[in-house]
Design a binder for this molecule. Structure first.
Ligand code: NI
Length: 173
């Protein structure tokens, strides 16, 4: 396993729509990429990490909102689809591509989703609360959308100002 470098906003790979993972890729290095992404996510104490964040413009991400405590909450999500969403939640959100930025973001409270697992099997799950927030955030990454785009205009301006300052002082690369 290897730790991967995490791309920070505004790296262009974060703003591009990811390519669907095709059946050939499942045979070809996908398991290694997923393992490395899990290791990188746990190392950085994140609960989700999407392929574009490690420079791969693909529709895939890893998530584990139990922080490695519960194997049943560990998901490799390939070619995610949101089937249905319901309700609302308003809570703190962060992103490994935005180190030090935590902001309240509105999301749906639950999501019925479909995706392929690492063996290519189609899975359907219903996620709620933090897991729903995480799944929606990571699926956004696969679509080239970052959480900045989901903030209120005021919070987005505050976050941008903070990022500009950190970039100026060399604390953000
Ligand atoms: Ni993120």
């Amino acid at each position: 396993m290897a730790l991967l470098g995490i791309k920070h906003y505004p790296d262009e790979v974060l703003l591009k729509v990811g390519k669907p993972v095709d059946s050939e890729e499942f045979q070809n290095g996908l398991a290694k990429l997923v393992e490395d992404m899990f290791e990188t996510m746990y190392h950085s104490e994140g609960v989700g990490l999407a392929a574009p964040q490690v420079g791969e413009s693909k529709r895939l991400f890893v998530m584990d909102c139990s922080g490695g405590e519960d194997r049943s909450r560990k998901f490799a999500v390939i070619n995610p689809e949101i089937v249905r969403v319901d309700g609302e939640q308003y809570g703190d959100e962060g992103c490994l591509s935005f180190p030090g930025i935590y902001t309240k973001v509105q999301r749906e409270m639950s999501a019925v989703v479909r995706f392929q697992d690492i063996s290519g099997e189609m899975q359907e799950e219903e996620f709620t609360e933090l897991e729903a927030r995480c799944f929606l955030h990571e699926t956004d990454h696969c679509d080239g959308i970052v959480f900045l785009d989901r903030m209120s205009a005021l919070k987005r301006e505050m976050a941008k100002r903070k990022i500009r300052k950190l970039r100026r002082t060399g604390e953000w690369d």
